[in-house]
Design a protein around this ligand. Sequence first.
Ligand code: ASP
Ligand code: MG
Length: 415
Amino acid sequence: MSRLVMKFGGTSVADLERIARVGRLVAAEVAAGHQVAVVVSAMAGQTNQLVAWTDGAGTAAEGLTPSDDDYDVVVASGEQVTAGLLSMTLRHMGIKARSWMGWQVPLLTDDAHGRARIDEIPPANLEAAFAAGEVAVIAGFQGVTRDGRIATLGRGGSDTSAVAIAAAIGGACDIYTDVDGVYTTDPRIEKKARRLAKISYEEMLEMASLGAKVLQTRSVELAMAKKVPLRVLSSFVEPGEAPGQGTIVCDEEEIVEKRIVSGVAYSRDEAKITLFGLPDHPGVSSKIFSRLADANVNVDMIVQSRARATDAANMEFTVGKRDAGRTIEIMRAAQADIGFEDVALNEDVAKVSVIGVGMRSHAGVAKTMFGALAEKGVNIQVISTSEIKISVLIDAAYTELAVRALHAAYGLDQL
Ligand code: ASP
Ligand code: MG
């Protein structure tokens, strides 16, 4: 019997009607002979509400430490509701089912509350459920630390719960969401965006980490490492209504039709920090970035430039918007030690990226990108590249324009 993990996001379980439809989708897979585990998110909007309450009570998600275990007690509760409701729904349909909290499965995690990592999922309980012919309905986003406290996996973490469970039980993982797959870019910005029938793990990983919200980055990382067959598909259809739809995330070798660029991603969640008048000698960058690393601030793009006339250098780097205030504080506190003249913050920036494994073997991808942006009068502030992506930081006001221009420049509307 093949095994399947079906994961349903917040919009797919947003009300009882939708939960009933999820029940029908699960029933169809059970009828098809699969052993099924279901992972659910909280109802749409619930987790935001819960996070806001913890903020109000004095624990902001950004500064969480291992002692903030109560944050997780609160924010994990949304998934408890949907797991219970879906299990009930399945039972009413005559399907054997039970709900499972993260600690009952268990998904054993480290103690980094609010962004915990799964260490291990002992499969014995799920094996017993399957042996009893039961559908396991599992609360996503949550696990348990070694000392028995509830821990959550970071926003969007139910995707990671699902992939980790699929890896633990040796099954495939279907991620059901409110779109019918992974698109060449955000269809809300570019109507000509196309659904990709297949995308490689590596490209999906870049897309997710560069701003495409469809999958949590960690879930893709894990699927790639454990070779979990992954599919993204819509829950807004009745069983059997749209056969063959969705996007398969798989190894590069399994994709016959190769493209140079597969997608355009964007993120408005960036902030640019500029340090003016830095001494230009060894050790300065190390001082700056070790301070940020100690404070758990993730730095993304970095550029340094040196004026010809003076000895001083300027440095620009980007961090997530939510870390911007802290970064400025850390830099100000270290100003004398590092020895820069001034620091500035710009939050009106966006990062736009083109992604494609074909870049490895094709020249001219950057030229096309910069040409398309120049033609639209979009100024590039910072550039960063990896083997399979090019990112530019631009004025946030030009995000849509840039996304559309790049989508057209690589012919993504004609796939
Ligand atoms: N409900 C959690 C969140 O919104 C986890 C998830 O949906 O994946 O972040
Ligand atoms: Mg999600």
